[in-house]
Design a binder for this molecule. Structure first.
Ligand code: TXA
Ligand code: MG
Length: 322
């Protein structure tokens, strides 16, 4: 049973220490309770996906204390700044391009060039950000497929494993639904309705498109998966590299020809934490393709295989388009 604690200074210090050591902390925000990790640590972020049992690597929201910190992670436009001034701190998430020096884990952004970011208003979320001194990746603190928790008891009922060090209790969440997600990487597009109404956003910045599920619409979730594809073809369940390929290994049985290994010990959470960084590293123009050893489908392996299948498909699509 995970420790539930009132957010007194000792508990906040303990939570910050746990976060710095790569563990997870559930904490209240004004919208719903979040399951937080130090967003700069790939392994800590992989633990979020493992704890939630997510079958896919959806990009996570990065929580920061102030605009100055946000500006280190993503590039603001004048429009983004206007929205930030009006609605932050509060339940609005902005999707913006990552800066070239952005220290946030690639897995937290699911390998995308953009990042979803928000400044929460809840005093306990803010205190945790301040004491820990790191950006926090935090999806809602529920297992995949279940409703978002709005009390500490809801979070405790999820029975997360030992990676979750503690649950900070801040009573019931005021807003009770997740933040509104607005994509500003091109013309403003509503990706998820939430705590700030569309009307309020339109009143501030004018026209906003609504993301659709239409596969022809460039920013629908289905199309986003194109971004996950490397430029070189991926070959899955490979045991050796064919001519011109490089081999990405997994586990202790990887041959010495494997250029990199997702996890030498065969640890699936470690493999997830290395996935995007290693594929990016191997995706060079002087190779014909990337061969990847089989990854078990247990635990996070499901999400890893899902991502690899999409990436393999995307690479083929890109090839066909060239
Ligand atoms: O209220 C909230 O936003 C809560 C609390 C804890 O802050 N957090 C939350 O996070 O709901 P999460 O990870 O469950 O929601 C992330 C949403 C998803 O709909 C995801 O698709 C979208 O944000 N998202 C994140 N990064 C994105 C990106 N780079 N591009 C497009 N959508 C993104
Ligand atoms: Mg959620």
């Amino acid at each position: 049973m995970t420790l539930v604690s009132p957010a007194n200074p000792e508990a906040l210090n303990a939570a910050a220490t746990a976060l710095k050591s790569g563990r997870l902390v559930a904490f209240p925000t004004e919208t719903v309770y979040g399951l937080g990790a130090d967003a700069t640590q790939e392994l800590a972020v992989a633990r979020i996906f493992a704890a939630k049992n997510r079958p896919r690597f959806n990009p996570l929201i990065i929580h920061v204390l102030d605009l100055a910190t946000a500006e280190q992670l993503v590039t603001f436009t004048p429009l983004a700044r206007r929205l930030a001034q009006e609605f932050w701190p509060g339940p609005l998430t902005l999707v913006l391009p990552r800066t070239t020096t952005c220290p946030v884990s690639l897995l937290a952004g699911a390998g995308l060039d953009s990042l979803a970011i928000r400044i929460p208003a809840h005093p306990i979320a803010r205190a945790l950000l301040k004491v820990s001194g790191c950006p926090l990746a935090a999806p809602s603190a529920n297992r995949s497929g279940r409703v978002s928790p709005t009390t500490a008891d809801h979070v405790a009922g999820e029975e997360f494993g030992p990676d979750v060090a503690m649950i900070l209790d801040g009573g019931p969440c005021q807003v009770g639904i997740e933040s509104t997600v607005l994509d500003l990487t091109t013309s403003p597009t509503l990706l998820r309705p939430g705590g700030i109404s569309l009307e309020d956003l339109v009143a501030k910045i004018g026209e906003i498109q609504i993301a659709t599920e239409d596969p022809a619409a460039p920013r629908s979730p289905g199309m986003m998966e194109r971004h996950y594809a490397p430029s070189r073809p991926l070959r899955l369940n490979a045991h050796e590299a064919l001519h011109g390929e490089v081999l990405l290994g997994f586990g202790p049985t990887a041959p010495p020809t494997a250029v990199l290994n997702l996890s030498v010990s065969g640890n699936i959470v470690e493999a997830a934490s290395n996935l995007f960084a290693m594929i990016r590293c191997l995706d060079r123009s002087d190779i014909c393709g990337i061969a990847i050893m089989p990854i078990p489908t247990t635990g996070l392996g499901q999400a890893i295989n899902d991502r690899l299948r999409r990436a393999a498909l995307g690479a083929t699509l890109n090839d066909n388009l060239q």
